[in-house]
Design a protein around this ligand. Structure first.
Ligand code: ARG
Length: 567
């Protein structure tokens, strides 16, 4: 039961919708006061009364409501200092929460709101032959989490890796490979070897500008379908995808489509034609652009003066293709905020073209990730590969686990879950727009707001259940504050998932997990579970432990993080 919703339904405030009321209802900082509270000062202007009077009047009218009296959902309504406080009937609340969790199991928190609707998610979207570095962490894990979250809410999700596989850089790579490359070295070295070639090309082209002309010619050949150049290009692509697949496997990331920029090479002309037809293209220094001055933006370049297309042109063709192919309800682009302007521009152009679905395109922007150990510069070839960061985190996790619990079985397995989880959680804990400085010590802190803290809590819960039994049948005893707080925590999971989807913010779920783990630990240390004062209490506490574990598992599954049984 959604108690906030119940309260909103029962309250009547003229000029305020139920949804607005719902948003105003908060959790009071102090549980003694109530379980929910309506801060009436927020209504003072609207109702032209003092908060104290509003609280008093609302209290009287809600207590006069016969349905409120007979339903017994609320055990107390009080007006204190301009706050309208509600206490709910704890026994019923606890029972309905736990029973729902046991009934729904792995599906607890899921919903059907999305049934029949499709969400396209463009994430990770790597560049071929370029390092998969720490800067790709957020798009990859944010995208993966959103993919699972929307799925959980009933949507059909389409994960798209919009590969950066188009442009003169592939001509450069062919030129470099032919001049200095070696099949075996590239085959073995994968992305790293390809990137070295690319870096070398740039160094050499400074002394030999004619290499650049050669590279352009090779790119033209790829486009024209020259067999040798095409074969090399596909080989580079294959090597890159194979290399990156290792990381996707570790992070449990999947895609339904790898239609990247080159896929749209032959799908741009119709877009250009339509722009012309609608009179949106203007010439600017030889290039074809859409003027966006009226909207406070620089012009959106569609064709360069030599007639070649741009990143935006391909994105417009891709958007049209996705609409035609998937008929999406929403199409999300999980891309760093550095590209804000790009998305604003081409969304606007599509809108000006009269595509009513342009409003369903969403740029899910996020902040930068840097490593505490030092920043990186891609251009000079000194990059921090994401794979190295993950492996280092797994190694460090292993060392810690080995120290804490040398006799643990499957230490490697546990270290894998802890290490990978720490990298994912490190990127998903803060509001996504914030820049992150990644620190190994911080993400692996057993006592911090970390995944390993949550995992450790789960292992603790698991061990209690191993000893006491996996209980689903119980009676509700007299409840302690810790127990009520914990039940309240786990009860918010369904609304947390809904909010994570609405705000495109998986951090809602990470925070939920840390909050519940903290509440569980308070409960664990203050209430004896296995040595409870009587059987009824012990049984209930085991059931509560069981329900907590289920809620945490569901949360971590959505984030893509595994939970070891023992730690
Ligand atoms: N490959 C691009 C980059 O690394 C990201 C592509 C994002 N997706 C898109 N449809 N533009 O910057």
């Amino acid at each position: 039961m959604d108690y906030k919703k119940y309260i909103a339904e029962k309250l009547n405030v003229e000029g305020l919708s139920k949804d607005e009321l719902y948003d105003l209802i908060a959790l009071p900082p102090n549980t003694e006061m109530g379980d929910y509270a309506l801060p009436c000062f927020k209504l003072a202007k609207l109702m032209r009364k003092s908060p104290v009077m509003i609280a008093e009047d609302l209290k009287n009218s809600i207590l006069a409501d016969e349905s409120v009296v007979s339903e017994k959902v609320l055990s107390e309504v009080s007006a204190v200092n301009g706050y309208l406080n509600f206490k709910i009937n704890k026994g019923d609340f606890v029972r309905s929460t736990l029973d729902r969790i046991f009934k729904e199991g792995d599906q607890y928190g899921s919903a059907t709101e999305g049934v029949g609707k499709t969400i396209c998610l463009d994430y990770s979207s790597i560049n071929i032959a370029k390092p998969f570095h720490i800067g790709h962490l957020s798009t990859t894990v944010l995208g993966g989490a959103l993919y699972r979250i929307f799925n959980f809410l009933g949507y059909k999700t389409v994960g798209i890796n919009h590969l950066g596989d188009y442009g003169t850089q592939f001509g450069k790579l062919i030129s470099a490979y032919k001049r200095w490359g070696d099949k075996d070295t590239i085959e073995k070295g994968g992305i790293r070897a390809l990137n070295e070639l690319y870096v070398k090309f740039h160094q050499e082209a400074e002394i030999h500008p004619e290499y650049d002309d050669e590279a352009r010619a090779y790119f033209k050949k790829i486009e024209q379908g020259d067999e040798e150049c095409q074969a090399l290009f596909h080989w580079f692509k294959e090597l890159t995808l194979k290399d990156v697949q290792r990381i996707y496997d570790m992070l449990d990331i999947r895609f339904d489509s790898y239609a990247g920029e080159s896929f749209f090479a032959d799908k741009m002309q119709p877009v250009v034609d339509e722009l012309k037809e609608k009179g949106l293209l203007v010439e600017s220094r030889g290039a074809q652009v859409v003027d966006l001055e009226e909207y406070g933006m620089a012009p959106c370049m569609i064709l360069k003066s030599d007639g070649t297309s741009l990143y935006a042109t391909r994105d417009m063709a891709a958007a049209q293709y996705r609409k035609d192919t998937y008929d999406f309800h929403k199409c999300l682009y999980v891309v760093a905020y550095q590209q804000n302007l790009h998305f604003k521009q081409f969304f606007k152009v599509l809108e000006l073209m009269g595509k009513e679905w342009a409003k369903d395109l969403v740029h899910v922007a996020y902040g930068m990730v840097s490593l505490e150990e030092g920043t990186m510069s891609t251009r000079k070839g000194n990059v921090i590969f994401l794979e190295d960061v993950i492996n280092k985190c797994i190694e460090k996790a292993y060392t810690i686990i080995d120290e804490k619990n040398p006799d643990l079985e499957n230490k490697r397995d546990v270290a894998q879950k802890v290490g990978v989880g720490a990298v994912i959680f490190g990127a998903l804990y803060n509001n996504k727009i914030k820049d992150i400085v990644f620190s190994y010590d911080k993400v692996l802190n057993f006592d911090g707001e970390t995944s390993v803290y949550v995992q450790y809590t789960c292992a603790r819960a698991n061990s209690v259940l191993q000893k006491g039994g996996i209980v689903k049948e119980y009676e509700v005893p007299e409840l302690s504050l810790e127990e009520i707080e914990l039940v309240k925590g786990i009860a918010t999971f369904p609304e947390t998932v809904a909010m994570a989807a609405e705000k495109y913010e998986p951090s809602c779920i990470s925070r939920f997990a840390v909050d519940v783990a903290q509440k569980f630990n308070k409960f664990y240390f203050n209430c004896k579970i296995l040595a409870a004062e009587d059987e009824k209490t012990k049984n209930f506490r085991l059931a509560l432990t069981n329900a907590t574990l289920q809620a945490l598992k569901n949360a971590f599954t959505l984030l893509g993080i595994g939970i070891p049984d023992k730690m």
